[in-house]
Design a protein around this ligand. Structure first.
Ligand SMILES: Nc1ncnc2c1ncn2[C@@H]1O[C@H](COP(=O)(O)OP(=O)(O)OP(=O)(O)O)[C@@H](O)[C@H]1O
Ligand SMILES: [Mg+2]
Length: 340
């Protein structure tokens, strides 16, 4: 085996989660019409990373997660977790799952619910007694200990869901929209909690369609659209500029400077906002343009590398045809066109 081959084999063997050519087709209605929820999806999650499963509503995120957990049976393809079958009890013990819509018994208090979950995971009484108050504290529900879960707000429910996921100290956390329904402070708290899990050496997979959460958390991601992978790789590479352009925002530019900037080689568009002038240049022209602008008496307000938005992947604007020859390097990220 070549060195590269060995490295690849090692990566695969080390993978915490490996999804290969996963297909899930539902049959609905009297005529058993086909709904292709997941179509030929493959990805690998490495130890210790935060991996995002992204996509708009109906992309197939929840369906993918359910097949990962053995909660629904794949039509085709395979899922390996820690090298084993997701249905294997020894594999399951190492998993923590937070569903999109957690079903909890509304009349139980958080501590009682967590006790029930702990029992289901086979935790001993002493372990549960130690873990429950810790969990309640960690997810910030200490103030609501005497209230039944049925009276919790959406954000508080998310926190119970998260506490239940972390209870048995799993090695792989699978979270379906963990941040949905939370206010900005709640989002930050949950984000910090998830980052602390990563620091503790855990691997995390979560679904989302919210760019800021994804950006702050994910190391790598796959983007799904209508059941297919449209892009995958390191988030920085996925959201990097398609053409590497940079936008320079200037204030106080004279008409003369404007004219000179417009004529600059490499500057594509000069347009005016209410108080600012925006110049769009290639990366190699940034330094010279800034110098020229400052020498010409303008102030630099901002320098922004152009970025792709997640939405552009969701809506299908991002296809290889539109990207010319600037595909990211192998191993960094891949953007695939819809194959239908
Ligand atoms: N049990 C089911 N029976 C039939 N169709 C289903 C079933 N579950 C999901 N689907 C369909 O599969 C597709 C993917 O649904 P899924 O719930 O996986 O999307 P999602 O990416 O999680 O969306 P959201 O962001 O809204 O949670 C949808 O078209 C949905 O209607
Ligand atoms: Mg979903």
């Amino acid at each position: 085996m070549t060195r590269e081959g060995e490295a690849a084999a090692e990566t695969v063997a080390d993978a915490v989660l490996r999804v290969e050519r996963l297909v899930k087709t539902y049959r609905v209605g009297f005529w058993r019409r086909k709904v292709e929820a997941v179509r030929d999806v493959s990805f690998t999650v490495r130890p210790g990373e935060i991996f995002g499963l992204l996509g708009p509503n109906g992309a197939g995120k929840t369906t993918t997660i359910k097949t990962l957990l053995g909660l629904c049976f794949p039509t085709a393809g395979s899922v390996r977790i820690f090298g084993g079958d997701p249905a294997d009890p020894s594999v399951r013990r190492r998993l923590g799952y937070m569903p999109e819509n957690p079903y909890v018994y509304g009349y139980l208090r958080a501590a009682e619910f967590l006790d029930l979950c702990g029992r289901l995971f086979g935790m001993r009484a002493a372990e549960r007694a130690k873990a429950i108050p810790e969990m309640i504290e960690r997810v910030g529900l200490g103030h609501a200990e005497d209230r039944p879960i049925g009276k919790f707000s959406k954000g508080m429910m998310q926190r119970v869901g998260l506490a239940q996921t972390l209870m048995h100290d799993p090695d792989l956390l699978i979270l379906d929209e963990p941040m949905s329904g939370l206010d900005p402070v709640g989002r930050k708290e949950i984000r910090d909690l998830l980052l602390a899990q990563k620091k503790a050496g855990k691997t995390l997979v979560f679904t989302s369609h919210i760019l800021s959460d994804v950006e702050m958390l994910c190391d790598r991601a796959v983007i799904l659209r209508r059941g297919e992978v449209v892009a995958e790789g390191a988030l920085s590479a996925l959201l990097g500029s398609a053409e590497g352009r940079t936008e320079i925002e200037l204030a106080g530019a004279s008409a003369e400077l404007r004219g000179r900037l417009a004529e600059r080689e490499g500057s594509r568009a000069v347009h005016e906002g209410s108080a600012s002038l925006f110049v769009d240049v290639a990366p190699e022209a940034v330094d010279a343009t800034l110098r020229q602008a400052l020498d010409g008496g303008a102030r630099v307000v901002a320098v922004r590398p152009e970025r792709r938005s997640l939405e552009s992947f969701f809506t299908g604007e991002e296809t290889p045809a539109g990207r010319g020859g600037d595909a990211p390097k192998a191993g960094a990220s891949k953007v695939r066109g819809a194959t239908r």
